[in-house]
Design a binder for this molecule. Structure first.
Ligand code: C2E
Ligand code: MG
Ligand code: MG
Ligand code: MG
Length: 276
Protein backbone atom coordinates (compact mmCIF):
# COMPACT_ATOMS: atom_id res chain seq x y z
CA UNK A 1 0.00 0.00 0.00
CA UNK A 2 2.77 2.38 0.96
CA UNK A 3 4.50 1.51 -2.28
CA UNK A 4 1.37 2.33 -4.23
CA UNK A 5 1.02 5.64 -2.46
CA UNK A 6 4.66 6.37 -3.04
CA UNK A 7 4.36 5.67 -6.71
CA UNK A 8 1.27 7.82 -7.03
CA UNK A 9 3.03 10.60 -5.22
CA UNK A 10 5.96 10.30 -7.54
CA UNK A 11 3.76 10.49 -10.63
CA UNK A 12 1.92 13.45 -9.20
CA UNK A 13 5.15 15.20 -8.33
CA UNK A 14 6.67 14.53 -11.73
CA UNK A 15 3.58 15.87 -13.53
CA UNK A 16 3.78 19.03 -11.45
CA UNK A 17 7.45 19.37 -12.24
CA UNK A 18 6.87 18.98 -15.96
CA UNK A 19 4.19 21.59 -15.97
CA UNK A 20 6.34 24.04 -14.02
CA UNK A 21 9.28 23.55 -16.38
CA UNK A 22 6.93 24.10 -19.33
CA UNK A 23 5.51 27.21 -17.66
CA UNK A 24 8.97 28.56 -17.10
CA UNK A 25 10.00 27.95 -20.68
CA UNK A 26 6.86 29.58 -21.95
CA UNK A 27 7.39 32.59 -19.68
CA UNK A 28 11.01 32.77 -20.80
CA UNK A 29 10.00 32.75 -24.47
CA UNK A 30 7.42 35.45 -23.93
CA UNK A 31 9.91 37.52 -21.93
CA UNK A 32 12.52 37.21 -24.67
CA UNK A 33 9.94 38.33 -27.24
CA UNK A 34 8.86 41.21 -24.99
CA UNK A 35 12.45 42.47 -24.83
CA UNK A 36 12.71 42.42 -28.62
CA UNK A 37 9.38 44.28 -28.89
CA UNK A 38 10.16 46.61 -25.96
CA UNK A 39 6.82 45.74 -24.34
CA UNK A 40 7.74 47.46 -21.09
CA UNK A 41 6.85 50.72 -19.40
CA UNK A 42 8.37 52.56 -16.51
CA UNK A 43 6.31 53.83 -13.63
CA UNK A 44 7.72 56.55 -11.40
CA UNK A 45 7.38 56.85 -7.65
CA UNK A 46 8.23 60.19 -5.99
CA UNK A 47 10.82 60.43 -3.24
CA UNK A 48 10.00 63.25 -0.85
CA UNK A 49 11.76 65.25 1.81
CA UNK A 50 10.00 64.36 5.06
CA UNK A 51 10.56 67.85 6.45
CA UNK A 52 9.34 69.85 3.44
CA UNK A 53 7.10 67.33 1.62
CA UNK A 54 8.85 68.41 -1.60
CA UNK A 55 9.55 65.86 -4.34
CA UNK A 56 13.32 65.45 -4.32
CA UNK A 57 13.60 62.48 -6.67
CA UNK A 58 11.83 59.66 -8.48
CA UNK A 59 12.40 55.92 -8.67
CA UNK A 60 11.83 54.24 -12.03
CA UNK A 61 10.12 50.85 -11.66
CA UNK A 62 9.65 48.58 -14.66
CA UNK A 63 6.36 46.92 -15.64
CA UNK A 64 5.81 44.41 -18.40
CA UNK A 65 2.91 45.50 -20.55
CA UNK A 66 1.96 42.02 -21.73
CA UNK A 67 -0.70 41.24 -24.33
CA UNK A 68 -1.00 37.82 -22.70
CA UNK A 69 -1.48 38.83 -19.06
CA UNK A 70 -1.81 42.60 -18.74
CA UNK A 71 0.48 44.74 -16.59
CA UNK A 72 2.97 42.31 -15.01
CA UNK A 73 4.80 43.16 -11.77
CA UNK A 74 8.61 43.01 -11.80
CA UNK A 75 8.57 40.55 -8.89
CA UNK A 76 7.32 37.91 -11.34
CA UNK A 77 9.88 38.39 -14.11
CA UNK A 78 13.00 40.16 -12.76
CA UNK A 79 14.25 36.96 -11.03
CA UNK A 80 13.90 34.98 -14.28
CA UNK A 81 15.54 37.80 -16.24
CA UNK A 82 18.38 37.71 -13.71
CA UNK A 83 18.88 33.94 -13.94
CA UNK A 84 18.88 33.89 -17.73
CA UNK A 85 20.90 37.04 -18.38
CA UNK A 86 17.95 38.78 -20.05
CA UNK A 87 18.37 41.44 -17.36
CA UNK A 88 21.30 42.77 -19.41
CA UNK A 89 19.26 44.02 -22.42
CA UNK A 90 16.24 44.78 -20.20
CA UNK A 91 18.35 46.74 -17.71
CA UNK A 92 19.89 48.76 -20.51
CA UNK A 93 16.42 49.60 -21.84
CA UNK A 94 15.31 50.69 -18.35
CA UNK A 95 18.36 52.88 -17.84
CA UNK A 96 18.05 54.54 -21.24
CA UNK A 97 14.30 55.12 -20.88
CA UNK A 98 14.66 56.57 -17.37
CA UNK A 99 17.49 58.92 -18.35
CA UNK A 100 15.65 60.03 -21.48
CA UNK A 101 12.48 60.69 -19.46
CA UNK A 102 14.33 62.68 -16.83
CA UNK A 103 15.99 64.75 -19.53
CA UNK A 104 12.53 65.37 -21.08
CA UNK A 105 11.14 66.59 -17.70
CA UNK A 106 14.03 69.03 -17.44
CA UNK A 107 13.55 70.19 -21.03
CA UNK A 108 9.86 70.79 -20.24
CA UNK A 109 10.94 73.14 -17.44
CA UNK A 110 10.27 71.06 -14.32
CA UNK A 111 12.76 71.59 -11.49
CA UNK A 112 15.58 69.06 -11.99
CA UNK A 113 15.50 65.96 -9.75
CA UNK A 114 17.59 62.80 -9.85
CA UNK A 115 16.03 59.65 -11.28
CA UNK A 116 16.81 56.38 -9.49
CA UNK A 117 17.27 53.16 -11.43
CA UNK A 118 17.54 49.69 -9.88
CA UNK A 119 20.63 47.71 -10.88
CA UNK A 120 20.74 43.98 -10.37
CA UNK A 121 23.93 42.23 -9.23
CA UNK A 122 24.20 40.53 -12.60
CA UNK A 123 24.48 43.91 -14.35
CA UNK A 124 27.39 44.87 -12.12
CA UNK A 125 29.03 41.47 -12.57
CA UNK A 126 29.31 42.09 -16.33
CA UNK A 127 32.03 44.61 -15.73
CA UNK A 128 31.12 47.00 -18.55
CA UNK A 129 28.50 48.81 -16.49
CA UNK A 130 30.56 52.01 -16.21
CA UNK A 131 30.91 52.24 -19.99
CA UNK A 132 27.19 51.58 -20.44
CA UNK A 133 26.18 54.29 -17.97
CA UNK A 134 28.58 56.76 -19.55
CA UNK A 135 27.30 55.96 -23.03
CA UNK A 136 23.64 56.33 -22.02
CA UNK A 137 24.27 59.64 -20.25
CA UNK A 138 25.93 60.97 -23.39
CA UNK A 139 23.24 59.55 -25.65
CA UNK A 140 20.35 61.04 -23.61
CA UNK A 141 22.09 64.29 -22.64
CA UNK A 142 21.35 63.78 -18.94
CA UNK A 143 23.91 65.16 -16.50
CA UNK A 144 25.37 62.47 -14.24
CA UNK A 145 24.26 64.25 -11.04
CA UNK A 146 20.64 63.55 -12.07
CA UNK A 147 21.11 59.79 -12.11
CA UNK A 148 21.13 57.56 -9.04
CA UNK A 149 21.76 53.82 -9.13
CA UNK A 150 20.09 51.59 -6.54
CA UNK A 151 22.04 48.49 -5.63
CA UNK A 152 21.45 45.92 -2.91
CA UNK A 153 23.74 44.99 -0.05
CA UNK A 154 24.65 41.69 -1.75
CA UNK A 155 26.90 43.72 -4.06
CA UNK A 156 29.05 44.61 -1.05
CA UNK A 157 29.46 40.99 -0.01
CA UNK A 158 30.23 39.25 -3.32
CA UNK A 159 33.50 40.03 -5.05
CA UNK A 160 34.10 42.95 -2.72
CA UNK A 161 37.18 44.38 -4.43
CA UNK A 162 35.62 44.35 -7.88
CA UNK A 163 32.36 45.92 -6.65
CA UNK A 164 34.29 48.54 -4.73
CA UNK A 165 36.24 49.48 -7.87
CA UNK A 166 33.10 49.61 -10.05
CA UNK A 167 31.15 51.76 -7.60
CA UNK A 168 34.10 54.10 -7.20
CA UNK A 169 34.28 54.56 -10.97
CA UNK A 170 30.52 55.08 -11.25
CA UNK A 171 30.64 57.65 -8.50
CA UNK A 172 33.52 59.49 -10.12
CA UNK A 173 31.28 59.97 -13.18
CA UNK A 174 29.08 62.00 -10.81
CA UNK A 175 26.35 59.37 -10.46
CA UNK A 176 24.82 58.78 -7.00
CA UNK A 177 24.62 55.36 -5.37
CA UNK A 178 21.99 54.15 -2.93
CA UNK A 179 21.74 50.93 -0.97
CA UNK A 180 18.27 49.46 -1.52
CA UNK A 181 16.39 47.21 0.93
CA UNK A 182 18.94 48.10 3.59
CA UNK A 183 18.84 45.93 6.70
CA UNK A 184 17.75 42.74 4.96
CA UNK A 185 21.17 41.62 3.75
CA UNK A 186 24.34 40.60 5.49
CA UNK A 187 26.61 43.51 4.76
CA UNK A 188 29.26 44.28 7.27
CA UNK A 189 29.23 47.71 8.81
CA UNK A 190 32.92 48.12 8.06
CA UNK A 191 32.19 47.77 4.34
CA UNK A 192 29.52 50.39 4.67
CA UNK A 193 32.06 52.85 5.97
CA UNK A 194 34.40 52.09 3.12
CA UNK A 195 31.98 51.80 0.23
CA UNK A 196 31.17 54.78 -1.97
CA UNK A 197 27.48 55.14 -1.15
CA UNK A 198 25.29 58.25 -0.80
CA UNK A 199 21.98 56.96 0.56
CA UNK A 200 20.62 54.15 2.73
CA UNK A 201 17.11 53.02 1.85
CA UNK A 202 15.54 51.40 4.90
CA UNK A 203 13.68 48.30 3.76
CA UNK A 204 9.91 48.50 3.85
CA UNK A 205 9.61 45.40 6.05
CA UNK A 206 10.98 47.41 9.00
CA UNK A 207 8.96 50.52 8.17
CA UNK A 208 5.71 48.54 8.00
CA UNK A 209 5.83 47.60 11.68
CA UNK A 210 7.42 50.66 13.31
CA UNK A 211 4.21 51.80 14.98
CA UNK A 212 3.35 48.35 16.37
CA UNK A 213 6.59 46.43 16.86
CA UNK A 214 9.33 47.65 19.20
CA UNK A 215 12.03 45.63 17.46
CA UNK A 216 11.27 47.18 14.07
CA UNK A 217 11.18 50.62 15.66
CA UNK A 218 14.58 49.98 17.26
CA UNK A 219 16.08 48.73 13.99
CA UNK A 220 14.79 51.76 12.09
CA UNK A 221 16.20 54.15 14.70
CA UNK A 222 19.55 52.35 14.59
CA UNK A 223 19.74 52.57 10.78
CA UNK A 224 18.89 56.27 10.89
CA UNK A 225 21.63 57.03 13.41
CA UNK A 226 24.11 54.83 11.54
CA UNK A 227 23.38 56.72 8.33
CA UNK A 228 23.65 60.10 9.97
CA UNK A 229 26.95 59.23 11.64
CA UNK A 230 28.40 58.07 8.32
CA UNK A 231 27.11 61.24 6.62
CA UNK A 232 24.69 59.36 4.41
CA UNK A 233 21.19 60.38 3.42
CA UNK A 234 18.59 58.06 4.93
CA UNK A 235 15.39 57.27 3.06
CA UNK A 236 12.53 55.09 4.31
CA UNK A 237 10.69 52.87 1.81
CA UNK A 238 7.08 51.77 1.98
CA UNK A 239 5.56 54.56 4.09
CA UNK A 240 1.82 53.89 4.11
CA UNK A 241 0.48 55.69 7.18
CA UNK A 242 0.69 59.10 8.78
CA UNK A 243 1.95 57.43 12.01
CA UNK A 244 4.89 55.90 10.18
CA UNK A 245 5.65 59.22 8.51
CA UNK A 246 5.64 61.10 11.85
CA UNK A 247 7.78 58.46 13.56
CA UNK A 248 10.40 58.69 10.81
CA UNK A 249 10.38 62.49 10.78
CA UNK A 250 10.68 62.67 14.58
CA UNK A 251 13.62 60.24 14.51
CA UNK A 252 15.64 62.17 11.96
CA UNK A 253 15.00 60.25 8.75
CA UNK A 254 15.62 62.58 5.78
CA UNK A 255 13.49 61.22 2.97
CA UNK A 256 10.66 58.84 2.25
CA UNK A 257 8.81 56.95 -0.41
CA UNK A 258 5.51 55.13 -0.15
CA UNK A 259 1.82 54.81 -0.94
CA UNK A 260 1.02 57.55 1.63
CA UNK A 261 2.61 60.06 -0.74
CA UNK A 262 2.05 58.23 -4.02
CA UNK A 263 2.15 54.81 -5.63
CA UNK A 264 4.46 54.43 -8.64
CA UNK A 265 2.55 56.07 -11.52
CA UNK A 266 2.86 56.37 -15.32
CA UNK A 267 4.68 59.38 -16.73
CA UNK A 268 1.53 61.42 -17.41
CA UNK A 269 0.47 61.17 -13.75
CA UNK A 270 3.98 61.80 -12.47
CA UNK A 271 4.07 65.08 -14.36
CA UNK A 272 0.88 66.10 -12.48
CA UNK A 273 2.69 65.42 -9.19
CA UNK A 274 5.61 67.59 -10.34
CA UNK A 275 3.19 70.38 -11.22
CA UNK A 276 1.45 70.45 -7.81
P1 C2E B 1 12.49 48.06 -4.84
O1 C2E B 1 13.51 48.66 -5.72
O2 C2E B 1 12.79 47.92 -3.40
O3 C2E B 1 11.18 48.94 -5.08
C1 C2E B 1 10.20 49.19 -4.09
C2 C2E B 1 8.96 48.36 -4.33
O4 C2E B 1 8.02 48.65 -3.28
C3 C2E B 1 8.22 48.67 -5.62
O5 C2E B 1 7.58 47.47 -6.04
C4 C2E B 1 7.18 49.67 -5.17
O6 C2E B 1 6.04 49.72 -6.02
C5 C2E B 1 6.81 49.11 -3.83
N1 C2E B 1 6.28 50.13 -2.92
C6 C2E B 1 6.54 51.45 -2.90
N2 C2E B 1 5.88 52.06 -1.90
C7 C2E B 1 5.18 51.10 -1.25
C8 C2E B 1 4.30 51.12 -0.12
O7 C2E B 1 4.02 52.14 0.50
N3 C2E B 1 3.79 49.91 0.26
C9 C2E B 1 4.07 48.75 -0.39
N4 C2E B 1 3.52 47.62 0.05
N5 C2E B 1 4.90 48.71 -1.47
C10 C2E B 1 5.45 49.87 -1.88
P2 C2E B 1 7.67 46.97 -7.56
O8 C2E B 1 7.53 48.14 -8.49
O9 C2E B 1 6.73 45.84 -7.69
O10 C2E B 1 9.15 46.45 -7.69
C11 C2E B 1 9.59 45.36 -6.93
C12 C2E B 1 11.08 45.15 -7.06
O11 C2E B 1 11.42 44.77 -8.39
C13 C2E B 1 11.90 46.41 -6.77
O12 C2E B 1 12.06 46.60 -5.38
C14 C2E B 1 13.20 46.06 -7.48
O13 C2E B 1 13.99 45.24 -6.66
C15 C2E B 1 12.71 45.25 -8.66
N6 C2E B 1 12.69 46.12 -9.85
C16 C2E B 1 11.73 46.97 -10.28
N7 C2E B 1 12.11 47.59 -11.42
C17 C2E B 1 13.37 47.13 -11.70
C18 C2E B 1 14.32 47.39 -12.75
O14 C2E B 1 14.10 48.20 -13.66
N8 C2E B 1 15.50 46.69 -12.71
C19 C2E B 1 15.77 45.81 -11.71
N9 C2E B 1 16.96 45.17 -11.73
N10 C2E B 1 14.92 45.55 -10.71
C20 C2E B 1 13.73 46.19 -10.71
MG1 MG C 1 14.68 50.27 -5.56
MG1 MG D 1 13.68 48.69 -1.89
MG1 MG E 1 12.44 45.83 -2.31
Amino acid sequence: KAKELGRNNFQYFSAEMNSSVTDRLELLNRLRQAITNEDFVLHYQPKVSLASHQIIGAEALVRWNSAHSGMVSPASFIPLAEETGLIIPLGEWVLRTACRQNRAWQDAGYPPIPISVNLSPRQLARGDIVEMVERILTETGLEAQYLELEITESVMTTDVEKSFALLTRLRSLGVKISLDDFGTGYSSLSYLKRFPVDTLKIDQSFVRDIATDQDSAAIVKAIISLGRNLNLTVLAEGIETEDQFQFLLANGCDEGQGYLMSKPVPNKNFVDLLTQ
